[in-house]
Design a protein around this ligand. Structure first.
Ligand code: JHZ
Length: 409
């Protein structure tokens, strides 16, 4: 269903600036037995709301369709993510002086990739995640995880049961929630009086400036800036206190520190000022984006068609959600890219949404030696290229699709 109002501010002044067509759900990998069956497709269009300064998609795909039993994203398949998360946990323990008397709650805790670090040192945790497969993996490694959607109703039940969170972590989930106000209200309900909230999400400035349009898909309802987070927190009696930047994580990620205390670090003030100076709180900043996205489509299609004409073979690396957006929007069928590899065993044997390339183990690259590999998970370029030293040493080449298609040897 198409929204008529901004999900955050309620304003009807939504300005459209990018239409990626009608695409399948990016994480809905297709089982071999379903390959000839129908696939659900939904419009994928971006709008900007001047009141909330929030970029968002227009389509509300129900949460239980997006994050059902077939949701196969497991955070622990990246060494970079594991290291980043461990460092995050250690810094929280250190800075907040966390002990066995505290409680750390993670919203969308996935397979326990972050909370396991607190469990190891005896700090009580609670994971909450609606997707049963990653949640089961978390419970199996000793990270207590509830399989539920988070919102103010669950937060109220937890508080009634005697739980208040000293730390709430919400990594890569603040984009994934159709009702952002209910989710934020839930965080406010659950947070201890002197507690902190850490939210990580890719930064919309990187998306726009580095043309990371493939990170747009139906799971990502929102594309956040400091301005949009600051305004969203204030609507719920919370405040943005501090911000950290991780340029290499998911194409550029911000970690926002929020609490009940109305204080702003100099870094937050600088980000807010820079965003205003760049015009990010106005529609004009976003207006020219669609032409640049079309440019990537044209160049990538020309490159792949040319390689095919030369008799070269191409595979893809990473059955990532962003990969699904890229190949469906650009129109990369099995004629241009034969198969995809991914080290997530749960994705192997499945097929890419829409275009249906089969997903194989990463060993297939050296075994089959395609001439080129389109790096669908370009956000892990360094990690993946280091792993694929053998493929490269044998003459294999990578194609990095964004910000402009480049061949890397
Ligand atoms: P990856 C994810 O999006 C999921 P996706 C989610 N929607 C989100 O919000 C963003 O991140 C931020 C594989 N892989 O993480 C694992 C290897 O095979 O870029 C994944 O299937 N070998 C919640 O799905 C895929 O690639 C490796 O060495 O676009 C990467 O997916 C590594 C590192 C990964 O994001």
């Amino acid at each position: 269903m198409r929204i008529s109002k901004c999900r955050a501010s309620g304003s009807e002044d939504l300005r459209s600036f990018l239409d990626l067509g009608i695409t399948p759900l990016a994480d809905a990998l297709v089982k071999p037995e379903d390959i000839d069956g129908p696939e659900a497709r939904f419009p994928l269009e971006l709008v900007f709301c001047p009141e909330s300064a929030l970029v968002q998609i227009t389509e509300d795909v129900p949460e239980d369709v997006l994050f059902d039993d077939n949701y196969l994203y497991f955070s622990s398949f990246s060494d970079v993510v594991l290291k980043h998360s461990r460092e995050h946990a250690m810094s929280l323990i250190d800075e907040r002086g966390l002990t066995e008397d505290n409680l750390v709650v993670e919203l969308a805790s996935n397979d326990g990739y972050l909370l396991r670090n607190f469990v190891e040192v005896g700090i009580p945790v609670l994971g909450i995640d609606p997707s049963s497969a990653p949640a089961k993996a978390a419970n199996d490694i000793g990270v207590p995880t509830m399989v539920e959607f988070f919102g103010n109703d669950l937060a109220t039940r937890l508080v009634r049961g005697g739980k208040r969170a000293d730390v709430i972590v919400a990594n890569n989930v603040f984009a994934h929630i159709p009702d952002i106000n209910d989710f934020t209200a839930g965080m406010e309900t659950l947070l201890a009086d002197d507690g902190v909230i850490h939210i990580e999400n890719p930064y919309v400035r990187d998306l726009i400036e580095h043309c990371e349009f493939d990170t747009i898909y139906h799971e990502h309802f929102y594309y956040h800036s400091c301005t949009s987070i600051d305004r969203q927190m204030r609507r719920h009696g919370l405040f943005l206190n501090h911000v950290e930047y991780f340029p290499k994580l998911h194409g550029g990620t911000l970690r926002w520190h929020c609490s009940r205390s109305d204080q702003r670090s100099e870094t937050v003030q600088k980000y807010l000022d820079d965003e205003v100076a760049a015009g990010m709180d106005t529609f004009e900043y976003y207006e020219a984006f669609a032409d640049r996205v079309k440019g990537v489509k044209r160049d990538l299609l020309a490159l792949l068609t040319d390689l095919k004409a030369q008799g070269k073979t191409v595979a893809g690396y990473g059955a990532a959600a962003k990969g699904a957006t890229l190949i469906n929007y650009v129109g990369i069928g099995t004629d241009l890219m034969g198969f995809v590899v991914d080290r997530n065993v749960h994705k192997q044997g499945m097929h890419m949404p829409g275009t249906h390339q089969v997903v194989k183990d990463t060993f297939a690259l050296v075994d089959e030696m395609p001439d080129y590999v389109l790096l669908l998970a370009w956000n892990f370029k360094d990690e993946i290229m280091a792993q694929q030293a053998d493929y490269l040493a044998r003459g294999g080449k990578f194609i990095v699709p964004v910000p402009t298609p480049q061949i890397v040897e």
